[in-house]
Design a protein around this ligand. Structure first.
Ligand SMILES: [Zn+2]
Length: 216
């Protein structure tokens, strides 16, 4: 069993790694994880993922009440909606990573399947990716839609904003959002190069073999 102290250190370490590789700028992005006693540990508001203090992470109860640590991110309602939608989710990552943000600004994508994969890895990690329309940052009227989708999707792209990914552990959520970013980068680099994509049979084989959280 992972202790809360280990989870605090893991959030800090993954946050620094994501920030240092340019995967979320400034004070954007947030990470959360369920603790062994049923609380939620998340990154505070207005803090860079690159400079987190493990002792000052925000701790919330299962109802979302702020217990201690610094004030939680304004986007914690997105994380809570992911947990409510799929009780198997143990951690959630949200970034403003450039290529996923590019994808989030393309209005012509199918909201039930935002990516037609070129490589297997996003399918193995995330499965199909859903899309939701733009909402003003902090507008929690988006929560019911996220909760509804989280029952079937572990990856959601928020319009004109960025990706939100749940995982069976913090490491899984982080690796999964990184795979989603890589897939979005390939979309950007290959869009006018006639990419050879995986066909439906290849995608369904992967989904059948690698089912973690998602129902899709
Ligand atoms: Zn955000």
């Amino acid at each position: 069993m992972t202790t809360e102290t280990q989870l605090r250190e893991a959030i800090t370490r993954f946050g620094r790694s994501l920030f240092e590789r340019g995967l979320t700028p400034g004070s954007s992005g947030n990470l959360s994880v369920r603790t062994p006693d049923g609380h939620i540990l998340c990154t505070p508001t207005n803090v860079s993922l690159g400079f987190l203090d493990p002792a000052r992470l925000s701790r919330l109860d299962s109802e979302g009440n702020w217990l201690d640590g610094d004030k939680p991110t304004k986007e914690v309602f997105l994380h809570r909606a992911m947990y409510r939608g799929n009780p198997a989710s143990q951690a959630v990552a949200h970034l403003h990573s450039t290529y996923s943000v590019c994808l989030s600004c393309q209005g012509d994508r199918n909201p039930e399947d935002m990516l037609k994969p070129m490589t297997p890895y996003v399918v193995m990690r995330v499965g199909a990716v859903a899309g939701v329309p733009y909402h003003r940052p902090g507008d929690d009227s988006l929560a019911p839609e996220i909760e509804r989708l989280a029952a079937r999707y572990s990856g959601i792209i928020i319009g004109n904003h960025g990706p939100l990914v749940a995982g069976k552990s913090l490491k899984d959520a982080v690796f999964s959002i990184e795979e989603l970013e890589e897939a979005a980068k390939l979309e950007y680099l290959m869009h006018d190069r006639n990419p050879q994509r995986l066909d439906e049979k290849e995608v369904s084989e992967l989904k059948a073999q690698f089912r973690f959280l998602r129902g899709n």
